[in-house]
Structures are given as structure tokens and as C-alpha cells.
Design a binder for this molecule. Structure first.
Ligand code: 13P
Length: 253
């Protein structure tokens, strides 16, 4: 049984004041915890204050990125143990913006995932093809190669079992959501890849999230698919009402 996870990737939005306001509003909408799991990924500067507000609540904390070393002369970077110390439960690795804007290769994604697992943080490993790759009929090939490279050395033990997020680049921030059928097809492919490479047990336990223009209006259709185990939400997670709307759609599935 895979529990639905609704995660909000805030990207480079919200200073400390706005971040705290957003989580306070989100928490005030729910008089009791929803049946699905919920997480928010604020920018680094807001992680600590947001962690304070989330203490004892149903919302888990996540980071958007990490470096794989524990400490040292790595100007501008943040380590897994720093994230652990302030209570991060998840961290995103290999988001397409990091891959394409900052040139992060698969090997880095894998090293980050492994380093997170060593301190008990669950990596959310992102994969997804670009429009031209889909149009060339290469979407599955691209995703398979990202999975292969980005999971080198990763542990599939239950304690820090990775989450995979499928985010087709053409659907991110464009308002163009993949149809539930297109998303489900790729999720089946990813689960098949996991089954072939890591075994049926792992494949049946790993949660595969969909990301790309998820909104309250299209969330149910996506989340109702058998192999879609949650959503990684960008824009619609920046407003408490719309994020809460998506969380509601993830209940009782
Ligand atoms: P949008 O929901 O804004 O399309 O962003 C998706 C995403 O990249 C989440 O990580």
C-alpha cells in the first residue's frame, strides 16, 4: 500500500515572513490531518523558521537541493547533516531546473541521494524528458537513462526508500499538464524499470509522484491513476488554498 504524498516545491519563492505565513495558513485550513502525506520544500533561508511552525503538525519538511559532502570548503553549499539537524524529512535531487539551468549530471544526483540516505533523509529523485525528446519518441529512453545514472549506489531499504518524481519538462510551469493517461503510461514504465533492476518488491513499494502544472482542478484525474502515488507541486503550492485543494483531492485514494 503506497500512501499518497503531496509535496510542494516552492522553488525560489517566499522570504521568511511569507513562508511562515503560508504554512500557518495551510495548517489553519485543516482541523484534522488529511489521510494523505503532505510535505513542503521552502527555500534554504526559510527552512529553519518553517520547521519551527511545522513541529507537531502533519506537514513534513523537505529541502530542494543538497551537496553530498558532510562539511568543508564548498562555498555556497548545504550538507545533508545540516538539513537533518533542522528536521528535514525529504530532499529533492535532480530537479529538471537543476539539471538544465545548472548542468547537474546524473552522477551528482546519485551522489546527493546516497549522501542524504546516510543521514536518514529520503531523496525525491526527479526524472523527466524535454519536449523535443518526447516528440522524437525518446521519452522512455531518456527517463530510463536518468534512472540508471541517478540511482547508482542508492539504497532501496525501507528506512530511506527513495521517492521518484516524474516531471516532464514540457509540463513544468507551462500550464500544460500531461494527461492522466500519458502520465500513467510513464509511471508504469518507471515501475517496470524498478522491477527489472531492483525487483518486484521494491517496484511495488516505491512511490512515483507526478509533477508539472498540477492544480486542484486536474489533481484528481492524475492521482486516481494506479501508478501515480502523489504530486510534486510547484506554482499551485505557493497559495495555501490551492495547495490545500490538491491535498483534498489526494484523500481517500
Ligand atoms: P509547476 O507545478 O509550477 O508546473 O512546477 C512543477 C515542478 O517543477 C515541481 O517540482
Amino acid at each position: 500500500m503506497r500512501r499518497i504524498l503531496i509535496a510542494g516545491n516552492w522553488k525560489m519563492h517566499k522570504g521568511v515572513g511569507e513562508a511562515v505565513e503560508l504554512v500557518d495558513e495551510l495548517l489553519s485550513i485543516f482541523s484534522s490531518p488529511p489521510s494523505c502525506e503532505v510535505a513542503v520544500m521552502p527555500p534554504f533561508t526559510a527552512l529553519h523558521p518553517v520547521a519551527g511552525r511545522l513541529k507537531g503538525s502533519f506537514v513534513k519538511l523537505g529541502a530542494q537541493n543538497v551537496y553530498w559532502e558532510d562539511q568543508g570548503a564548498f562555498t555556497g553549499e548545504i550538507s545533508p547533516s545540516m538539513l537533518r539537524e533542522i528536521g528535514c524529512h525529504y530532499a529533492i535531487v535532480g530537479h529538471s531546473e537543476r539539471r538544465h539551468i545548472f548542468g547537474e549530471p546524473d552522477q551528482w544526483v546519485a551522489k546527493k541521494a546516497v549522501a542524504l540516505q546516510k543521514v536518514g533523509i529520503i531523496p525525491i529523485i526527479c526524472v523527466g524528458e524535454r519536449l523535443e525528446e518526447r516528440e522524437a519518441g525518446d521519452a522512455e529512453g531518456v527517463v530510463a537513462s536518468q534512472l540508471e545514472g541517478s540511482t547508482q549506489g542508492v539504497s532501496w531499504d525501507p528506512e530511506t526508500l527513495p521517492v521518484i518524481a516524474y516531471e516532464p519538462v514540457w509540463a513544468i510551469g507551462t500550464g500544460k499538464t500531461a494527461t492522466p493517461e500519458i502520465a500513467q503510461e510513464m509511471h508504469v514504465f518507471i515501475r517496470g524499470w524498478l522491477s527489472e533492476n531492483e525487483g518486484d518488491g521494491v517496484a511495488s513499494r516505491v512511490r512515483i509522484l507526478y509533477g508539472g502544472s498540477v492544480k486542484p482542478e486536474n489533481a484528481r484525474g492524475l492521482l486516481a491513476q494506479r501508478d501515480i502515488d502523489g504530486a510534486l507541486v510547484g506554482g499551485a503550492s505557493l497559495k495555501a488554498q490551492s495547495f490545500a485543494g490538491i491535498i483534498r483531492e489526494g484523500e481517500d485514494l
